[in-house]
Design a protein around this ligand. Structure first.
Ligand SMILES: Cc1cc2nc3c(=O)[nH]c(=O)nc-3n(C[C@H](O)[C@H](O)[C@H](O)COP(=O)(O)O)c2cc1C
Length: 374
């Protein structure tokens, strides 16, 4: 039985202490330095949000070839580790808990973001349709290069090293990004994976990379400091599977015995960084479905408002709720939710890149003029 609690009650997710059940999910802000160090205002940005029960860092590249968006941070150099340590120290001082989201973008990357201008790598040479945001703005996706079987172990090792670096950088743990059409998700779903080796075909094979990376992360930092993010029903970046229920049943069965810190589910109806009008399509793999098949701690993300979040935790459907866009615009979100205060709307124009405007200048309730407090 899962305990019933409230959104504001503390919890332990594996080795991670949460002051409440309100999670800041990974949010790419494209404000890192050219060498992959977090930018000069990252420390302030995350510390302002340290009242979250858990902060998951913006997607952070495990190696140069993992980078797939402009100005994202990494965890593969000593300089990056040192810079992140300043962020995590400040978050801890402010009472927060913070994990690093480990990211390899696979085919979602672009040669303009790759070392030597090479093609991005993927399970199979299948391009995402449409355009991507690359070094110089919007460009069509390229057809990626299919990884040789022998190359895959090297990538798994890089995940392990990034996890060790995350701990050295003071993060309390790591979240494996296996969602939203990036590398791990590309291996999982057969619209992107047409391999004929041990990493393609049957669901057991398509989930092999996920299992191997989790083995490595667990060896590096301990299972109770590892979370995983999945988005079974997202269609972002052309993701689709011919038998999603069978695939994700297998994935949950593979995750269940591992004693992970948590599973982080992106609810149906969320496409990347946006939600469609209908929040909960009836046929999606949602938190209620996952709850019945996964015994560990469950965080749900995607389109949650205060009332739904309160209900989801109180009913025991989830253990915590992540608020993405709301955390961008409300650094003091837990306090606002506790008071049922009005939330500031996030400005999409400043989501990715730019200066501190739309980054560290969203006010707390106390800093806001009384008329706007609602
Ligand atoms: C600006 C922006 C950047 C995002 N970056 C990431 C990311 O790096 N990794 C990830 O897994 N999800 C990312 N997401 C998705 C969010 O974590 C979250 O799932 C999504 O915003 C839905 O939650 P919401 O409705 O509460 O905003 C991003 C979303 C936004 C708005």
């Amino acid at each position: 039985m899962h305990d019933r609690s409230t959104l504001f009650a503390p919890a332990r997710f594996g080795a991670l202490p949460l002051a409440n059940r309100i999670v800041m999910p990974p949010l790419t802000r494209s404000r890192a330095l050219p060498d992959g160090r977090p930018g000069p205002s990252a420390r302030r940005y995350y510390t302002q949000r340290a009242s979250a029960g858990l902060i998951v860092s913006e997607g952070t590249a495990i190696m140069p070839e993992a980078v797939g968006n402009p100005d994202i941070p990494g965890l593969w150099t000593p300089e990056q580790v040192t810079a992140w340590k300043q962020v995590t120290d400040a978050v801890h001082e402010a009472g927060g808990t913070m994990v690093a989201q480990l990211w390899h973008t696979g085919r979602a990357s672009h040669p303009s973001l790759q070392p030597g201008g090479k093609l991005p790598v993927a399970p199979s040479a299948i391009a995402i349709s449409g355009t991507t945001f690359a070094r110089d703005g919007r460009v069509p996706h390229v057809t990626p290069r299919a990884l040789e079987t022998e190359e895959i172990g090297g990538i798994v090792d890089r995940y392990g090293r990034a996890a060790e670096n995350a701990r050295a950088a003071g993060f309390d743990g790591v979240e494996l990004h296996a969602a939203n059409g990036y590398l791990i998700d590309q291996f999982l779903q057969d619209s992107a994976n047409r391999r004929t080796d041990g990493y393609g075909g049957a669901v057991e094979n398509r989930a092999r990379l996920l299992r191997e990376v989790l083995d490595t992360l667990t060896a590096a930092v301990g299972a109770d400091r590892v979370g995983v993010r999945i988005s079974p029903s997202s269609t972002f970046q052309d993701m689709a599977d011919s038998a999603p229920v069978a695939l994700f049943t297998h994935v949950l069965d593979a995750l269940s015995p591992r004693g992970l810190a948590y599973l982080h589910l992106v609810e149906p109806g969320i496409v990347g960084d946006d939600s469609t009008a209908a929040r909960r399509p009836a046929d999606g793999i949602d938190s209620a479905w996952v709850r019945g098949r996964y015994p560990g701690r469950l965080i749900a993300a995607g389109g949650y408002g205060r009332e739904q979040a309160l209900r989801a935790v109180e009913s025991g459907t989830v253990d915590a709720v992540a608020f993405g866009r709301a955390f961008i615009a409300n650094p003091d979100l837990p306090d606002r939710l506790a008071r049922d205060a009005r939330l500031t709307e996030a400005d999409r124009a400043t989501f990715y890149g730019g200066d501190d405007h739309g980054y560290t200048d969203y006010p707390t309730l106390a800093e806001q003029p009384p008329a706007a407090r609602g």
